[in-house]
Ligand binder design. Structure first.
Ligand SMILES: Cc1cc2nc3c(=O)[nH]c(=O)nc-3n(C[C@H](O)[C@H](O)[C@H](O)COP(=O)(O)OP(=O)(O)OC[C@H]3O[C@@H](n4cnc5c(N)ncnc54)[C@H](O)[C@@H]3O)c2cc1C
Length: 307
C-alpha cells in the first residue's frame, strides 16, 4: 500500500492532554488528522479538582478539559481534524503505513500513529501488599466528596491524587488514615506535613468484612512485623495506576512503552511513556514533540514532509 492511500496522515489514539497536543500540532502542519477517543476529551483532567502547575492560569482540570475539547471542535469545524469515538485495540507499524484496529473490528490506516492512552487505575487485587475479600468495594479517593468521609475512612495507598484531593478541599478537617506501603513512601513526602493525613507505614494489609456490623476490618502488618487491627467505616482506593498500553506496542518490564523502542511509524506520548514525568505539562510537550519529530525525520531524510 502506498502511503497516499492511507485513511489519514496522523492517527492520534487518546484525547487527553498528550493526544490533543499531538492533534493540534499535526493539524498546524497541514496533516490530515484523526483522533480516536473512548471517553470524553480531556482524559484524566476530569479528575483534577485543583490545578497549580500548568501554565495558563487554569485552576481546575475540567476547565482545561473544556478548553481542549473546544480546540478539537474548532479544528473539526475547519475540516482539519476528525474526532472518532472508539476503543483502540491494536496498532501495527509497516514499511509504508501504520494500522490501527478498533475493538469493533474497524481498521484505520495512517502514515503515523501517536498513542497517548495514558494509564488506568490499579485495583486492590493488583496490589501485592493487599489481601482482600472479593466483596471489597473501594471507590476512588479522587471522586470522594467531603461528606462521604468519616473519622474512620481508610485510604489504600499514598499515590499523588491524595495531594490533589487535599488541595481541592482545603477546609475539610477529617483525618484521612492512609495505608502507605514502602513503594509509595517517596510520594508521601508531598503531603506528610498536612495535619489532616495520618500516614500508616505498612508492609501488608488484610481487609475483611466483620461477621457482625457494617464496615471493614483491616489487619495491618508493619515493617517490624507488628500487627494492628483497625475498624474502618469506608475504604477508598488511591493505589495509583498501570499503563493503558494497546496490543502491538513494545513494553518494558514495568508495562510502560518507551518511545525509542517503537516502530518508526508509531510514537508514544504522555503518561504511557513511563512512570516518571506524569504531568499535564509534560503530556502536552510530548504529544506535540511526537508529531514534530516524525515530521522532521521524514523531511530531513529528503521526503519533503511526512510520507
Ligand atoms: C486525581 C489526579 C490528579 C492529578 N493532578 C495533577 C496535577 O495537579 N497536575 C498535573 O500536572 N498532573 C496531574 N495529574 C496527572 C495528569 O492528569 C496526567 O499526567 C495527564 O492527564 C496525562 O495525560 P495523557 O494524555 O497522557 O493521558 P490521559 O489524561 O490519561 O488521557 C488518555 C486518554 O486516552 C483514552 N484512552 C485510553 N485507552 C484508550 C483506547 N484503548 N482507545 C481509545 N482511547 C483510549 C482515555 O479515555 C483518555 O481520554 C493527576 C492525575 C490524577 C488521576
Amino acid at each position: 500500500m502506498n502511503t497516499r492511500s492511507c485513511d489519514t496522515d496522523v492517527l492520534v489514539v487518546g484525547a487527553g492532554p498528550a493526544g490533543v497536543a499531538a492533534a493540534v500540532m499535526a493539524a498546524s502542519l497541514n496533516l490530515r488528522t484523526m483522533v480516536i477517543e473512548a471517553g470524553p476529551v480531556g482524559g484524566k483532567l476530569h479528575r483534577i479538582g485543583a490545578l497549580e502547575n500548568v501554565p495558563g492560569s487554569w485552576s481546575t482540570g475540567p476547565q482545561l478539559a473544556e478548553a481542549l475539547a473546544s480546540d478539537l471542535d474548532r479544528l473539526e469545524k475547519a475540516g482539519r481534524c476528525t474526532v472518532v469515538q472508539g476503543l483502540a485495540a491494536k496498532v501495527g507499524g509497516h514499511d509504508h503505513r501504520a494500522e490501527l484496529t478498533l475493538a469493533d473490528g474497524r481498521v484505520l490506516t495512517s502514515k503515523l500513529i501517536v498513542v497517548a492512552t495514558g494509564v488506568s487505575d490499579l485495583v486492590p487485587p493488583d496490589a501485592t501488599w493487599i489481601t482482600a475479600t472479593a466483596e471489597l468495594s473501594a471507590p476512588p479517593l479522587w471522586r470522594a466528596a467531603p461528606q462521604d468521609l468519616t473519622a474512620r475512612t481508610y485510604v489504600l495507598g499514598a499515590d499523588r491524587p491524595l495531594g490533589t484531593w487535599l488541595r481541592s478541599h482545603p477546609n475539610v478537617r477529617t483525618t484521612l488514615h492512609v495505608l502507605c506501603p514502602p513503594s509509595d513512601a517517596y510520594k508521601a513526602t508531598e503531603i506528610e506535613a498536612d495535619g489532616r493525613v495520618r500516614l500508616v507505614p505498612i508492609s501488608h494489609a488484610a481487609i475483611t468484612k466483620p461477621t457482625y456490623g457494617g464496615g471493614w476490618t483491616i489487619e495491618v502488618e508493619e515493617h517490624d512485623g507488628t500487627k494492628t487491627i483497625y475498624a474502618a467505616t469506608s475504604v477508598l482506593n488511591n493505589l495509583g495506576n498501570k499503563p493503558a498500553a494497546v496490543t502491538g506496542l513494545v513494553s518494558g518490564d514495568d508495562g510502560y512503552c518507551p518511545p525509542d523502542r517503537q516502530h518508526r511509524r508509531i510514537r508514544i506520548a504522555g503518561d504511557l511513556r513511563s512512570a516518571r514525568y506524569q504531568r499535564i505539562a509534560t503530556a502536552h510537550g510530548s504529544g506535540a514533540e511526537a508529531v514534530l519529530a516524525y515530521y522532521y525525520d521524514i523531511s530531513l531524510s529528503g521526503g519533503g514532509g511526512i510520507r
